[in-house]
Ligand binder design. Structure first.
Ligand code: NAP
Length: 595
């Protein structure tokens, strides 16, 4: 439990209950560290920050307050007393009282964030507010702008987005009705019901939900926020730019707010950062450690006197234009020095990812990194042999320490082996399985563990092959390695689903890369092997399917969280034949192919 020290601030005759985490400074002695101000939303109080505040208090002076109408603060009558302009006055009054000599850094949730937006968009706010971490609470002026834009020039997509948000916000209409919501909350507004509700809608651990004794009253009193502001703001949005650095923490599974509504914030906030995670609305309860880490990093970047110092990790979260679903994500790609891996790096760079690139060929991966940088991405090359499990584990540790836990991992590195299974050497088979199967398993395990521990999801892409479901007499061992990758990926997807980590198996057919030129063909002498390789390479070239098309499918699979993606016509057909007429696959496998 947090050791809160209570005091009071008065604004226009309204008493606001202010709570400071007992810090490293003695009572009465000024704490020199930057001050963080925590602001809750509906129907919470300062207790919302029970799990976040102690973590932030390790580096900052931490203060929270109950907004008017909630908890231990006064509850003035009438809706006008709850207009956003008045709530912003409260915020500045508390900031002035608790940190008269320096700016405060705000972390705010839900209606707390809505009122903080009102404050940071006041002219000159940057003198008083050093930074603002906004969690699940939009600027209502920007929201109105966004809705108008989507409805005034509607395309099916824009209309769909606007309707989706309207359906998510439908509860706010109920909240603005005169009598019904009061009756409802006077019966249902109990801590037990509220905990159960949060647990059912977004899996919030019941024991994490800490509420005030006043919860029922707060639910009813807080309805005035909806009545006083929503219609008024949506009807008459103002232009409200801000120069305060803002970090928007966007919860992709928020029951009340669709991520799309935050797409245009960059047009109003000059200094904007953004973090997307597949999390729900009550992040301070569900992932307090993650929220505290993200806030700590952001505040440290924008404050002087913080002990943590700054970190380059925030760089990739900066938003300069309309963000796409992958912008700001950290992506690891193995086998990035050539073919599909290089094309995937390029595709992710173009979508605003920060890249960590690995390959056994140092010069090749450095070249890919240079190419990615030229496309405007931050890219770091690493030498790695994915068949070496210890090296993969070390690599994962280095990535976490230098770059953070990745959001996307593409286990792409792979090699070929053709010819009869009986003709291959033991060494060839060991190498193939070590690279193609063990390498994918090791990469998935090392980074999967990090993603689970972080707790805010992620995506793992494993490159299998159409060979996984197209048996061929001269590709048996390669096919076995790729079938292993496919089944492993489908199983891992089931294992990690509860952690909101997606797993995709990509199964390309014939793609024109350097793989054939490096593929040993078992059972042939050197002269015949070279001739056969040339023949195969010519065939791959004529097929003409380029790796960038695979990369596009990889990107789509990540965004849509696909399980298995056959790429190329032959892969799509082969997948269906294997599933629906397996005898035909077996028959085709026996044929001697001359191309
Ligand atoms: P590629 O052009 O040869 O690229 C593969 C990259 O991985 C190369 O840079 C390679 O380096 C590197 N690599 C090889 N072994 C490695 C290891 N142990 N550790 C780290 N990096 C290693 O081949 P690609 O066609 O893009 O293949 C990428 C993936 O797609 C592979 O898993 C492959 O099996 C799969 N795939 C390809 C096709 C196709 O038709 N091309 C079809 C289906 C699936 P070196 O060049 O030094 O070996």
């Amino acid at each position: 439990m947090v050791d809160w020290r209570k005091s009071s601030v008065t604004n226009g005759g309204v008493h606001l209950a202010v709570f400071e985490v007992a810090g490293s400074a003695e009572p009465g002695v000024a704490d020199p560290r930057p001050t963080v101000l925590l602001i809750h939303g509906w129907p919470d109080t300062h207790h919302l920050w029970t799990h976040v505040a102690p973590v932030l208090a390790e580096d900052f002076r931490v203060v929270a307050y109950d907004s008017r109408g909630f908890g231990e603060s006064d509850r003035p009558d009438g809706d006008d007393a709850y207009r956003l302009s008045v709530l912003a006055d409260d915020l500045f009054a508390v900031a002035e009282a608790v940190s008269p000599d320096g700016p405060v850094h705000i972390v705010a949730h839900d209606w707390g964030s809505v009122q903080a937006w009102e404050a940071v968009t006041r002219p000159g706010a940057e003198q008083r507010i050093g930074s603002f971490v906004s969690v699940s609470g939009p600027n209502l002026d920007y929201l109105a702008d966004w809705a108008r834009d989507n409805l005034s020039r509607p395309t099916p997509r824009k209309l769909g987005r606007a309707l989706a948000q309207a359906s998510s916000s439908s509860y706010t209409v109920f909240f603005q009705l005169p009598v019904l919501p009061k009756m409802f909350f006077s019966v249902a507004g109990t801590p037990a019901v509220w905990r159960e509700f949060l647990h059912r809608v977004e899996g919030t651990p019941r024991e994490n939900v800490v509420v005030a004794d006043t919860l029922g009253d707060d639910m009813i009193s807080g309805l005035r926020l909806y009545r006083a502001n929503i219609r008024q703001k949506l009807r008459n949005p103002e232009s409200r730019p801000t120069a305060v650095p803002v970090l928007e923490v966007v919860n992709e599974r928020d029951i009340a707010l669709r991520p799309a509504i935050f797409a245009d914030t960059y047009r109003h906030a000059q200094r904007l950062w953004r973090r997307n995670t597949p999390t729900g609305h009550w992040l301070p309860y569900t992932r307090p450690g993650y929220l505290a880490d993200v806030a700590r990093e952001f505040i440290a970047t924008h404050s002087t006197g913080s002990r943590t110092g700054t970190s380059g990790r925030m760089d990739r979260a900066r938003v300069f234009s309309r963000p796409n679903p992958l912008s700001g994500k950290l992506a690891v790609v193995t086998g990035a020095g050539s073919g599909i891996g290089r094309a995937t790096a390029r595709a992710l760079a173009e979508r605003g990812c920060e890249l960590v690139l690995a390959d056994i060929d140092t010069a090749a991966v450095e070249e890919t990194a240079q190419e990615s940088k030229a496309a405007g991405a931050s890219a770091s090359p690493y030498e790695l042999d994915v068949s070496d499990t210890a090296a993969v584990t070390d690599f994962a540790d280095v990535v976490r320490a230098r770059h953070g836990v990745p959001d996307i991992v593409v286990n792409n590195a792979g090699i070929g082996l053709a010819g009869g299974a009986l003709d291959a050497t033991d060494e060839q088979i060991d190498r193939l399985l070590d690279v193609n199967l063990r390498g994918v398993v090791s990469g998935s395990r090392a980074f999967g563990r990090q993603m689970v521990e972080r707790g805010v999801g992620g995506h793992i892409v494993n490159i299998a092959s159409a060979a996984a479901f197209t048996p061929q007499r001269t590709l048996g061992v390669y096919a076995a390695s790729k079938a292993g990758v496919l089944l492993f990926s489908e199983s891992l997807r089931a294992e990690l689903a509860e952690h909101r980590i997606g797993v995709t198996a990509i199964c390309p057919g014939i793609v024109d890369t350097a793989i054939v030129a490096n593929t040993p063909i078992a059972g042939l002498d050197a002269t015949h092997e070279a001739a056969e390789r040339d023949r195969l390479a010519g065939w791959y070239r004529r097929r003409g399917f380029t790796p960038d098309r695979v990369a596009d499918d990889i990107v789509r699979a990540i965004i849509r969280d696909k399980a298995v993606v056959p790429v190329t016509a032959e892969a799509k057909i082969g997948y269906r034949i294997y599933r629906f007429t397996p005898w035909l696959s077996r028959f085709a496998a026996r044929q001697k192919v001359t191309r």
